[in-house]
Design a protein around this ligand. Structure first.
Ligand code: PLP
Length: 425
């Protein structure tokens, strides 16, 4: 077949195979356009989007205030580098993050970077500088990124770690609560106490990093008492608690930050990213001024961190998700979705659990193998629904619908999910 006879879809995928590293995993979808909860491919096929570019579209594709803010900013200036020329959009995002921060301390500051992994790395740098201690505690089923340190902190060998060692030193892993698989808060705290007795001196631990709802690990929300118990343990040993909300934050759970669902859970540092930039790359570390200022001047930064376009977009996103009406809508969305998922789960013995927090929801399949979840994702794609699997064993199906999704689109997407589950039965 000549180049001209190939569809745009096939031509782009052929070029992708020829020119792009096989190390990046890609789906069958080739995107031409996206708006709200819809993605349209290059052959004109429309999909309902429950993937959101992996949780980056809490306000939906091309959210109008974000697009307007980007246009306005593009007409003024693009890159400056905050270390070369101070610009207001960067400061404006840090001010909003300070106002919305769930962290301890009246005065909050932030640093802006490009990706979630970079933000987690910076949170560890800040914690090390502030405490003078080297070690980092992480948890089972964690995902914190793909850079050397964050890959080390991540808890899944294939595809994230296999062949990429040696890993960063001074990273210690504790059990995480996982009630569906029989691990309670008490088990996890006991495991952490044991780790601090058997493997690492708590006096050398700078921080413990926890996702309040584990994302890539399977949308596992921490049980109600766990964050406060972790807080108490950290306080006892002078360890800082880093709250990784790259996936669970920015309204995803029906609160601005997932940790706000938990009583007595006040982190020292917050890591945000993904939906923060409304579709542009932006991530942040936020916390009390004394921690953010513990790093000597020049110790934090980067060429593109907090670039003006991303900051303009993020200010619009934060204004939207901080609105109580927006959050109430997100919580209603979560209730509707959960009711539908519970009903669906009742039909199939192989669906083990419906779980999540607010509209951050997933179905975990009972068998710890990826095949059936992949079959559901594939059957959904064939019917016009974008879905993602997750979990240590790839056996959870997560739903990351935009929080702005219209009722009829949600209904359509859940109907397609219903068909996909039936097809995989
Ligand atoms: N932390 C969490 C909780 C995440 O879910 C992710 C990405 O999925 C990251 C960190 C890394 O973010 P990024 O892919 O932007 O580096």
């Amino acid at each position: 077949m000549s180049q001209a006879e190939l569809t745009a879809h096939d031509r782009i995928l052929a070029d992708r195979a020829r020119y792009v590293s096989a190390g990046v995993s890609t789906p069958r979808l080739v995107v031409a356009a996206a708006e709200g909860a819809r993605v349209v491919d290059v052959d004109g096929r429309a999909f309902v989007d429950f993937a959101g570019g992996i949780g980056c579209q809490n306000t939906g594709h091309r959210f109008a205030p974000v697009v307007d803010a980007i246009h306005e900013q593009a007409d003024r200036y693009l890159h400056q580098c905050f270390m070369v020329g101070v610009y207001e959009p960067y400061v404006a995002v840090c001010r909003r993050l300070a106002e919305l921060s769930p962290c301890a301390g009246a005065e909050q500051k932030s640093v802006l970077v490009n990706s979630g992994a970079e933000a987690v790395e910076n949170a560890v740098k800040i914690a090390r500088a502030a405490t003078g201690r080297p070690a980092v505690v992480v948890f089972d089923n964690a995902f914190h990124g793909r850079t050397l340190l964050t890959m080390t902190m991540t808890s899944k060998v294939k595809p994230y770690k296999a062949g990429f060692g040696p890993f960063a030193p001074e990273v210690y892993r504790a059990p995480a609560p996982y009630p569906y698989r029989g691990i309670s808060s008490a088990d996890a705290i006991a495991g952490l106490e044991r780790l601090l007795t058997s493997d690492v001196d708590p006096a050398t631990v700078a921080c413990a990093v926890l996702e309040p709802v584990q994302g890539e690990g399977g949308f596992v929300p921490m049980p109600p008492d766990f964050p406060a118990r972790l807080r108490e343990l950290c306080d006892r040993h002078g360890i800082l608690w880093v709250d990784d909300e790259v996936q669970s934050g920015v309204g995803r759970t029906g609160r601005v930050w997932a940790v706000e669902h938990y009583d007595g859970a006040v982190p020292d540092l917050l890591v945000s990213g993904k939906s923060l930039g409304g579709g542009l790359p932006l991530a942040a570390v936020t916390g009390r001024a004394e921690l953010l200022d513990a790093v000597p001047t020049g110790g934090l930064g980067g060429t593109f961190g907090g670039n003006p376009l991303s900051c303009a977009a993020a200010a619009a996103v934060l204004d939207a998700v901080a609105d109580e009406g927006f959050l109430a809508g997100a919580r209603r969305l979560g209730e509707t979705m959960r009711a539908r998922l519970d009903a669906l789960a009742g039909r199939y013995a192989w669906i083990g659990e419906v779980r999540g927090l607010g509209p951050m929801l997933a179905l975990e399949l009972e068998e710890q193998r990826p095949e059936r979840a992949q079959a559901v994702v594939s059957a959904a794609f064939d019917r016009g629904l974008l879905l993602l699997a997750c979990g240590l064993y790839g056996n959870a199906i997560r739903l990351l619908a935009p929080l702005t999704i219209a009722e009829d689109e949600l209904d359509e997407g859940l109907g397609l999910l219903e068909e996909a589950l039936a097809a995989a039965d």
